[in-house]
Every structure is written in structure tokens, then in C-alpha cells.
Design a protein around this ligand. Structure first.
Ligand code: HEC
Length: 159
């Protein structure tokens, strides 16, 4: 086969493999898709909130440009529809989501909205550059995370 054709065939084979098994190259567990999907969402939230908290606490040097980048990403990630990751039946498996979530879906969604709103406010507060106000809003976001975790997230895996 001429070189170009061979390359094209290899590309097609790779594309076909991806189409057959979209999860094969991801961290999402095929057997527990929803559990790993929502955990990935929360892990990304934590990955952006972590350095913001560290800067506010003085554990990391303050860098306004970096801080804004984390705050922008934090806000963007928070608006993804993670409720998609909580369908009926997904309370089993490798998860720390308490079964109570499925009996209190409105309250759970409202706690999620509170968090998203607090993160959006943090994004604009960071843009304002007032360190005191930023620290205060970081506290408010932390409270919004905690309000849900206290109620709906267990410390250990449940099953
Ligand atoms: C509306 C409820 C709710 C809110 C708000 C919430 N969480 Fe969670 N979080 C959960 C639940 C439920 C789990 C457990 C998911 C599972 O194991 O299936 C979780 C898990 C996590 C995890 C562990 C993810 C993993 O790798 O397993 C981290 C980190 C986390 N949350 C961070 C945060 C941060 C940071 C915030 C605030 C910015 C936040 N969460 C706000 C409900 C919430």
C-alpha cells in the first residue's frame, strides 16, 4: 500500500476503535459511568478551588492572573449539568453519594444552584481584585460545598 493510503487506513482504524468504545481511552469507568462521571466533575471543582484557597491562605504566592484563570475555570466547570450523573439506580457502586439524594432531589438541586451562584460571584469578585472580598467569597463558596457534603456525601465509600 502506498504510504499515504496506509496512513489513512491507520487513521480510519483508530477512528473506528474510538467510535466503538468511546470510554476506552478515558478515566470514566464503563461499568459505573455515572458514578465516575459525577466524581470527575467534583474532582475538577476541587482541582480549581484548591489553588484559589491556597492563595487566599497564603500557602501559595498570590498571582492575580493565575487566580483569575482558576476562578474562570472553576465557574465554567461548576455550570456543567452534573445532575446528569445522578440518574435513578446510580446510587450503587463505587460512590460516596448518599442514597438520600434520590429522596430529596429538589433540595439537592437547590444546594447545587447555591454553589454555582457562589462560584459565579467568586469569579467577579476575583476580577475586582479586593483581597479581603475575595477571601470572604472563598469562605462563602466553601460553605456552599459543605452544606451539600454534610447532608449528601459520606466520608467513606458506601458499598
Ligand atoms: C449539591 C451537592 C454538592 C455540592 C454543592 C458540592 N458537592 Fe462535592 N460531592 C457531592 C457528592 C454527592 C459527592 C460524592 C460523589 C460520588 O462519590 O459519587 C461529592 C464528591 C466530591 C469530591 C470527591 C470527588 C472524587 O474524586 O470522588 C470532591 C473533591 C468534591 N466533592 C469537591 C467539592 C467542592 C470543592 C465543592 C464546592 C465548590 C463541592 N464539592 C460541592 C456533592 C456536592
Amino acid at each position: 500500500m502506498p504510504n499515504l493510503l496506509r496512513k489513512r487506513a491507520a487513521l480510519l482504524a483508530a477512528a473506528a476503535a474510538l467510535a466503538i468504545s468511546p470510554l476506552a481511552l478515558s478515566h470514566l469507568d464503563e461499568n459505573e459511568f455515572h458514578q465516575s462521571y459525577r466524581q470527575s466533575y467534583f474532582a475538577l471543582l476541587g482541582a480549581n478551588f484548591g489553588p484559589i484557597g491556597a492563595m487566599v491562605k497564603g500557602e501559595m504566592p498570590w498571582n492575580q492572573e493565575q487566580l483569575q484563570g482558576f476562578a474562570d475555570d472553576f465557574a465554567a466547570v461548576s455550570t456543567l449539568n452534573v445532575l446528569r450523573g445522578f440518574p435513578e439506580g446510580s446510587e450503587k457502586g463505587t460512590t460516596r453519594a448518599k442514597p438520600d439524594i434520590w429522596n430529596n432531589q429538589e433540595d439537592f438541586a437547590s444546594k447545587l444552584d447555591d454553589m454555582t451562584a457562589a462560584v459565579a460571584t467568586l469569579q467577579t469578585t476575583v476580577a475586582g481584585g479586593d483581597r479581603g472580598a475575595i477571601a470572604q467569597q472563598v469562605g462563602a463558596v466553601g460553605q456552599a460545598c459543605k452544606a451539600c457534603h454534610d447532608e449528601y456525601k459520606s466520608k467513606d465509600y458506601l458499598y
